[in-house]
Design a binder for this molecule. Structure first.
Ligand code: PGA
Length: 252
């Protein structure tokens, strides 16, 4: 059995004060949740105060990006060492907004992935095709390229400490969710690639989340797909009511 993960990616939203107030509310609401792992990914500035407000709770803290070096002359970047120090246990890597806004490559994703694993952070690695690529029938080819580029020279043991998030770019922030079947159709080849390279047991245990306009009214349908092991939620993770409705999808 793969334990689902529901992660909230706050992107560039919430001040420190707003973040702390918000997670105090979530902490109380989720005190009894154990059907899934809950993760929140605040902006860098709020990581430490959020981690402190969540200490001893069942909500984990993720960063939204990292640098691959431990330290160095990289203005504006944050190392995995620093994230660990701030109280993070997870880190989102290769989000399409970073690939698009900052030109992040699969090679960089691979380096970040290795750095996160070395620091004992659990990477949530994002992959997914653009609308153009989907319409050209290239979804699987894109996933293959991102998988082989991003996951090269990892061991099966390392893969077992990673979560993949399949996020079709055309579904992010657009209100246009992939249907549960479409999501599962992309999860299957991803799991097969992991199986071919790392063995079937590793593939069976790997958690693959879906992301892209996940909302309270579509989460139950998505989670009904055996292939979907949770969700990476953007917009709907910013309000306690909608995030709680998503986390509590079995009650829907
Ligand atoms: P969205 O974002 O839920 O707002 O579409 C998802 C994501 O970017 O992780």
């Amino acid at each position: 059995m793969r334990k689902p993960v529901i992660a909230g990616n706050w992107k560039m939203f919430k001040t420190i004060g707003e973040s702390v107030e918000f997670v105090k509310d979530l902490r109380a609401r989720f005190a009894k949740v154990d059907h899934c792992e809950v993760v929140v990914a605040p902006p860098f500035t709020a990581l430490r105060p959020v981690a402190e407000a969540l200490r001893g709770s069942n909500i984990a803290v993720a960063a939204q990006d990292c640098h691959w070096d431990k330290e160095g002359a990289h203005t504006g970047d944050i190392s995995c060492d620093m994230l660990y120090d701030a109280g993070c246990t997870h880190v989102i890597i290769g989000h399409s907004e970073r690939r698009h806004d900052h030109g992040e490559t699969d090679e960089q994703v691979n380096k970040k992935l290795k750095a996160a694993l070395a620091e004992e952070l659990m990477p949530i690695v994002c992959v997914g095709e653009t609308l153009e690529e989907r319409e050209a029938g290239e979804t699987e080819k894109v996933l293959e390229r991102q998988f082989h580029g991003g996951f090269q020279s990892l061991t099966a043991q390392e893969i077992s400490r990673i979560v993949i998030a399949y996020e079709p770019v055309w579904a992010i922030g657009t209100g246009r969710t992939a249907t549960p079947e479409m999501a599962a159709e992309s999860h299957r080849p991803l799991r097969a690639m992991v199986g071919a390279q790392f063995g079937s047991q590793t593939a069976e245990q790997l958690r693959i989340l879906y992301g892209g306009s996940v909302k309270p009214d579509n989460i139950a349908g998505l989670m009904a797909q055996e292939e979907l092991d949770g969700a990476l939620v953007g917009g709907a993770s910013l309000k306690a009511d909608s995030f709680a409705a998503i986390v509590n999808y079995p009650l829907a």
